[in-house]
Design a protein around this ligand. Structure first.
Ligand code: SF4
Length: 448
């Protein structure tokens, strides 16, 4: 006979469910029913997912969702990171990356350096250049359009279409200020002005950085001076309207509460509701558009077509990229070297749980990334079994966060990524930045 402990609600016999074996904490029954029906979870549901001691029940539910959306596929890409400058006008407390102009270790890359990085990227078969930096107080706006154009044109000269994923929302607003087009009365116009010019230069998508945690208390304590959540969301909305896909992050495990993480996730999924609505998705009662409702295609299948669901929703031709959030990337806070060094940072199970909760709460994000650079590859394997479907790329020279505080050189080869994915029980699929399958012949490649 099953027994229930008074304190935790745990019972000894797992329940059967649509997605698999089940959970042990009976308090999760109602949450599971919603997940299986493709309904949106409430903040209270999210709090329970964080509070329950049945972490494996949470991970198993998240695994059910990722298998529903992606089956046995797990994605990786071949990319190269280019941090164009670590000089920054701000001094966020959690940041160990920034330097002030003239500080030891401060750098700003010129276009010759950029060209050389592109040559290395193309020679290594990369499909993507990921480029972010600090908020440099002195570089002119043209530096950034030249940067994007140089990456695209140098790669084309070498016979490659290198996708440029660059500039967080924080950088976009900084560029609008540098270009003197950012007006408080109509900030969106300035954001649009910048994004249009970057897109014209060859920008392909935006990364998800700079979101941190959407909460004013946390903002004012840990990264005052950075844009607030409403501005971050404005940048991504305008990018979506211009047909640029974007990603989103959450930087957790510092001074925020778990409830604040859940509010952050809720704000993101509301923004994605809007983006999916522009693509032609219809919302359920209450305005939520979940991808877990039976028969709902993934947005990349709507945007680009695929074997499983070729362009089923939008009737009109879509632009080359469609304008929505592709991936949520939960990023654990690393205390070493930051002004918040006295904090412990999140431990392994908190990382795992936060990733699983992200998968369950962000029901309209097609992808959840276990960013191995910050999570480590062994943890990324566990995360693949707990809601993640992507482990990012081969990543050369990631300078933003130094795992262990020792080296900036973060690189694995494709074989290692594929092996890690197979060991976790999934089929490795190389994707491009827009989640199209890459067909490869050595360093030459094209998308399906
Ligand atoms: S997090 Fe970004 S904006 Fe803040 S100090 Fe670091 S580089 Fe600058």
């Amino acid at each position: 006979m099953a027994t229930v402990t008074a304190a935790s609600g745990l019972m000894d016999a797992p329940a059967e469910g649509r997605f698999g074996r089940g959970h042990r904490d009976r308090r999760l029954d109602a949450v599971r029913e919603k997940v299986e029906a493709g309904e949106r979870l409430s903040l209270a549901d999210g709090e329970l997912l964080y509070a329950t001691p049945d972490i494996w029940g949470v991970c198993e539910m998240a695994d059910g969702v990722r298998r529903l959306l992606h089956g046995d596929a797990a994605y990786y890409n071949v990319n190269r990171h280019l941090n164009y400058s670590n000089v920054c006008a701000l001094s966020c407390k959690f940041c160990e990356f920034y330097r002030k102009q003239g500080d030891e270790g401060a750098y700003t890359r010129d276009l010759e350096y950029v060209k050389e990085e592109v040559r290395k990227a193309v020679a290594g078969g990369a499909t993507e250049m990921h480029s972010v930096g600090g908020l440099h107080p002195y570089l002119p706006f043209e530096y950034y359009t030249d940067l994007v154009r140089t990456i695209r044109e140098t790669a084309r000269g070498l016979g490659s279409e290198l996708h440029v994923k660059a500039f967080t929302a924080v950088e976009i607003v900084h560029l609008a200020k540098i270009a003197r087009v950012y007006k408080a009365a109509d900030r969106v116009a300035g954001i649009r002005w910048v994004l249009e010019r970057l897109k014209e230069a060859g920008l392909g998508s935006l990364p998800g950085g700079g979101a941190e945690v959407f909460d004013d208390r946390v903002h004012d304590e840990a990264y005052k001076g950075k844009i607030r959540s409403d501005v971050w969301l404005d940048v991504h909305r305008v990018a979506h309207e211009l047909g640029l896909n974007t990603n989103a992050t959450i930087l957790y495990g510092h001074i925020e509460e778990r409830r604040e993480r859940l509010v952050h996730m809720d704000m993101l999924r509301r923004a994605q509701d809007e983006a999916l609505s522009r693509l032609g998705y219809s919302a359920a009662e209450g305005g939520a558009t979940t991808l877990t409702r039976p028969g709902t295609p993934l947005p990349e299948h709507v945007a680009f077509g695929s074997a499983s669901a070729p362009l089923p929703i939008a009737q009109s031709p879509l632009p080359s990229s469609a304008g929505y959030f592709q991936t949520i990337i939960p990023l654990p806070f690393f205390p070493d070297g930051s002004e918040l060094e006295h904090l412990p940072g999140p431990a392994g199970l908190e990382n795992l749980r936060t990733l699983a909760v992200s998968r369950l709460m962000l029901d309209n994000f097609p992808h959840v990334k276990a960013f191995w650079i910050m999570q480590t590859l062994p943890m990324a394997q566990l995360m693949l079994q707990s809601g993640a479907d992507d482990i990012d790329g081969t990543v050369v020279w990631y300078d933003i966060t130094k795992v262990g505080g020792t080296s900036t050189h973060q690189e694995v080869n494709v074989w290692t990524l594929q092996k890690a994915i197979r060991e976790a029980g999934f089929e490795p699929i190389e994707r491009d930045t827009l989640y199209r399958r890459v067909i490869r012949d050595g360093n030459a490649w094209h998308v399906e």
